[in-house]
Design a protein around this ligand. Structure first.
Ligand code: SF4
Length: 472
């Protein structure tokens, strides 16, 4: 279900503003529900659904959630996200409080209005939590969902969507052969510096004597995005990073969901600033504190950025904020770092996966660590080879990491995992910048291994909450 080329995925595809707690189980389903609503609205507008003849009270929506969406969807608020999307809310532009108000309102009203049409929808009854088969076949993706519009028992319209990680959504037309999703059928944009592997990216930079982020800017220009717009939107992403850290550092209390996990970022930050940390807590504690702040906001359903997913949303903001403070980096440099980080995310998405339901947490926190390491190496003046090495180190030491969130909540182990990943990312930068960039294992090789490890990983360790820490 992956796009066939990494150079087709840009920074604004990888970094998307949304809400917590999950990009694949919250943001993706919300976008899919919104797309379904838009398709129904179009049918109404084109008068392809003859509602004048049908009694509108006989129209109703049904949502079917399969596989991992069903196994952990309650903990990830997938039902609430679907309600918000059907309600017409977008994860980027709607306020979190509006989004979370949609399901209670629907449970009360039991209907949705689209223009003048009333469609029955009672989330408690009309959202179905289903299994690992779709139309008597294995699921096309662990995160499969189907939306239907009924008139009595007749299906008037239906769409199947796959939430493939990081808030990316594919439409599925029933054809399982490779290259058949709507996303992959989108025509390629011709770019001046094509690449589809890490080695090609490094070669393009070196042969054309172009900085890695300049390569990204030129490719995005060819896709229709001028540099000023790209930078403006990346600055917005940086602003959300900061807002999220600040919110996380001031909020206290217990995270929602029933695990009774206490927020820690505020207290940790106070201890760090006052110098009251125990003497053995050496090193720079900022990456851990900032990552925990963001991931607590994510767990509470707050505004976050996929980096590349919501579960791994704290790691990159933590590394960027730490380096901004320690190295006084300019906004432009921080934007450049995001561009380089996005290249690594695009390579992983193309050749392995950024979905915990597909390959485990190596695809989420592992990818985020590699993206952070590459972006940070670029911001600190690394060569293309050193940037590639930093990314490789970042992934290599997350290979095989499972996804086993307790109760399906993006809290344990996810929150601390971002703190550990942020520390590893900075260590990867140091290791790569301290050497000349020559190394034994390439990033391209690590991605092959990551993909195969994900395929070999038992399903119970891939965001089903049926193995590992999630049980017992
Ligand atoms: S364990 Fe990792 S992959 Fe799984 S939900 Fe948590 S952050 Fe995401």
């Amino acid at each position: 279900m992956n796009p066939a080329r990494a150079d087709q995925i840009g920074p604004l595809d990888m970094f998307k503003i949304g809400v917590g707690p999950s990009s694949s189980h919250t943001v993706g389903p919300m976008i899919a529900a919104l797309q379904f609503r838009e398709s129904i609205k179009k049918l109404f507008d084109e008068k392809k659904i003859a509602v004048a003849k049908a009694k509108e009270s006989r129209l109703r929506f049904v949502v079917e959630l399969y596989g991992s969406l069903s196994a952990t969807g309650k903990g990830h608020s997938t039902d609430a996200a679907c309600c918000a999307g059907l309600f017409g809310l977008h994860p980027r532009t709607s306020k979190p409080e509006e989004i979370w108000a949609a399901m209670p309102e629907l449970n009360q009203k039991k209907s949705i209005k689209i223009d003048e049409h009333i469609i029955q929808f009672f989330p408690e009854k009309d959202i179905h939590w289903l299994h690992w088969q779709f139309q008597e076949k294995p699921l096309p993706h662990p995160n499969t969902m189907r939306f239907r519009l009924y008139l009595d028992e007749e299906v008037l319209a239906e769409e199947v969507y796959l939430s493939v990680g990081g808030g990316f959504v594919d439409s599925y037309d029933g054809d399982d052969s490779p290259g058949k999703t709507k996303e992959s059928q989108t025509p390629f944009k011709v770019v001046p510096y094509p690449f589809n592997s890490a080695s090609e990216f490094v070669n393009q930079c070196n042969q054309n004597k172009i900085k890695p982020w300049e390569l990204v800017i030129e490719n995005e220009k060819a896709k229709g995005m001028d540099e000023a717009t790209l930078r403006y939107r990346l600055k917005t992403i940086l602003d959300v990073f900061s807002e999220c850290i600040e919110n996380g550092l001031k909020h206290e209390g217990i995270l929602p969901g029933g695990l009774e996990v206490k927020r820690r970022a505020k207290k940790l930050n106070e201890q760090m600033l006052s110098g009251s940390m125990p003497a053995w807590a050496g090193g720079d504690l900022r990456p851990s504190v900032y990552a925990i702040a963001v991931n607590e906001e994510n767990a509470a359903g707050g505004r976050v950025v996929t980096a590349p997913t919501n579960g791994s949303s704290g790691l990159i903001p933590a590394v960027w904020r730490t380096l901004q403070e320690t190295h006084k980096l300019s906004t432009e440099t921080l934007e450049n770092g995001l561009m380089v980080a996005s290249v690594v995310g695009a390579l992983v998405k193309t050749h392995a996966s950024i979905s915990g339901a597909e390959v485990g947490c190596q695809g989420e926190v592992g990818t985020s660590c590699a993206m952070a390491a590459a972006g940070a190496a670029a911001m600190l003046g690394g060569t293309p080879e050193q940037i590639e090495q930093a990314a490789e180190i970042g992934i290599e030491h997350h290979l095989g990491m499972t996804c086993d969130p307790i109760k399906g909540l993006v809290q344990v182990p996810c929150i601390e995992r971002n703190a550990m990943g942020a520390v590893k990312a900075l260590n990867a930068v140091w290791l790569s910048l301290a050497c000349d960039g020559s190394h034994l294992i390439s990033l391209d090789r690590v991605l092959q291994v990551m993909k195969q490890t994900g395929l070999d990983m038992h399903q119970k360790y891939k965001e089903t909450s049926t193995g590992g820490l999630a049980i017992g």
